[in-house]
Design a protein around this ligand. Structure first.
Ligand SMILES: *Cc1c(COP(=O)(O)O)cnc(C)c1O
Length: 434
């Protein structure tokens, strides 16, 4: 301890953190040891779960070989899908570099399992922004709406819980599929625990037992010891440049669930008649395995960062969602900074702390689909990877920043310290607190 306390502050100081900021932050960190050990316990459980799946499915060096062309008999691809199915306790899985991102994984699940005349229900309010165009809430080329697939939505109650009466009333003979988003994404509603999702699924089944229930699992993987697929979700979907890719996957998405629905998705992804049998892996398999292997620990680091940030900024008087003491169901942390200057300074700090592009200053820009400029900070090894330390926020009231990721807890911590440092240097923190 004596040795650490003399060496580590020097290192932070050398990287531009003032002793006052460090001292303030260290007091916060000291109070988090119980929560951090609970996170470590979850990580240990999930590490053994992933390791057990890899052992049972006999992952071997041959799994890392590359396939090309049609990709027939790709043992790496086939074994990986078995490993995912084992980890998520599902009948089957589809894990492919050809699934570009989370949005494509979700779109694939929906478009392959719905038919004209069917209706899709979201019982948890508005889905993630990019899904609005998939569904056709915002008119878009190729949307479900173009195929006469209708959509209905039941908003959450004001306290963020499920409106069971309205959900029951919204289900009718055409309701075929239900989509449940686990993480709040960039909304201010709470994220759902696996237990809450389990309760909702049980209720939906009672209303209509042949519904196909999809859970958007983005940002939720490995945050808890169980996954929604263990509680009746027929399909779960996510991105490999978030939690399950462990920071190593350069692209990709996954679906896991019932064999029938995975087969539908595979027929849509490749072609009817070809299904899961094709898809060259082009040498990418090693990182898919290795990323999944590291994912429980990487997710734990990101969670520690989120909790640290919540406590640090909450103590300074900024509203944070989730708050400093709440249980976590995803890795996203929102901090309401209340002014443009603070939002810019926060993102400047995150960027300055990055291993890549630390020397650039993030600038707000007019991103398609947003009604105000957005600032984004990320110095990632993989473009857009949000399991890596990143922050973004729209330049409008209440100037909230959404912060997530960090491949290691130490990097997340340094990024948060640097964000605070920038606010401190610009006199943007309430006087007398640091
Ligand atoms: C990130 C995310 C998506 C979409 O994933 P992309 O990889 O960005 O396409 C969908 N839903 C939620 C909740 C997400 O967090």
């Amino acid at each position: 301890m004596g040795k650490e306390s003399s060496i580590i502050p020097t290192q932070y100081e050398a990287l531009g953190i003032s002793p006052e900021v460090l001292k303030y932050a260290q007091a916060i960190e000291q109070n988090l040891s119980e929560r951090f050990s609970a996170i470590d316990e979850t990580a240990e459980y999930n590490q053994l779960k992933v390791l057990g799946a890899m052992r049972r499915k006999k992952v071997s060096a041959a799994c890392f070989e590359s396939s090309s062309g049609y990709g027939y008999d790709d043992i790496g691809r086939e074994t990986l899908e078995k490993v995912y199915a084992a980890v998520f306790q599902t009948e089957d899985a589809l894990v492919r570099p050809q699934i570009t991102c989370g949005t494509q994984a979700l779109a694939l699940a929906l478009m392959s399992n719905l038919r004209p005349g069917d209706e899709l229900l979201s019982p948890v309010g508005k889905p993630y922004d990019t899904l609005e165009e998939v569904i056709g809430i915002r008119p878009s080329r190729g949307s479900l709406a173009e195929y006469q697939i209708t959509y209905r939505q039941v908003d959450l109650l004001p306290d963020g819980t499920f409106d069971y009466d309205a959900i029951k009333n919204a289900i009718h003979s055409k309701t075929r599929m239900v989509t449940i988003q686990r993480s709040k994404g960039y909304q201010t509603r709470p994220s759902f625990s696996v237990a809450q999702i389990a309760e909702l699924i049980a209720f939906l089944r009672k209303c209509k037992d042949d519904l196909i229930i999809l859970v958007d699992n983005c940002y939720g993987e490995f945050v808890e010891t169980e996954e929604p697929s263990q509680y009746g979700a027929d399909l779960i979907a996510g991105s490999l440049i978030k939690n399950p890719g462990g920071g190593l996957c350069r692209c990709g998405g996954y679906l896991a669930g019932r064999a029938e629905y995975i087969a539908q998705a595979a027929a849509r992804l490749t072609s009817p008649g070809l299904g899961k049998e094709v898809g060259a892996s082009l040498g990418i398999m090693r990182e898919f395995y290795q990323g999944l292997f590291l994912a429980p620990v990487v997710t734990a680091g990101a969670l520690k960062g989120a909790i640290f940030a919540a406590n640090l900024y909450e103590k300074l008087g900024f509203p944070v969602i989730p708050n400093g003491s709440e249980t976590r169901h995803d890795i996203i942390q929102a901090v309401t900074l209340g002014s443009k200057e603070r939002l810019l300074a926060f993102c400047e700090g995150i960027q300055a702390a990055a291993p890549v592009d630390s020397f650039v200053t993030p600038e707000p820009w007019d991103m398609p689909g947003y009604d105000s400029p957005v600032i984004m900070a990320a110095g990632a090894f993989v473009q857009g990877s949000s399991i890596e330390l990143s922050a973004d926020g729209p330049l409008r009231e209440p100037y909230a920043v959404y912060f997530q990721g960090g491949l290691t807890w130490y990097h997340a911590k340094f990024g948060i310290l640097m964000s605070l440092q920038k606010l401190y240097e610009k006199n943007l923190v309430p006087k007398g607190l640091i």
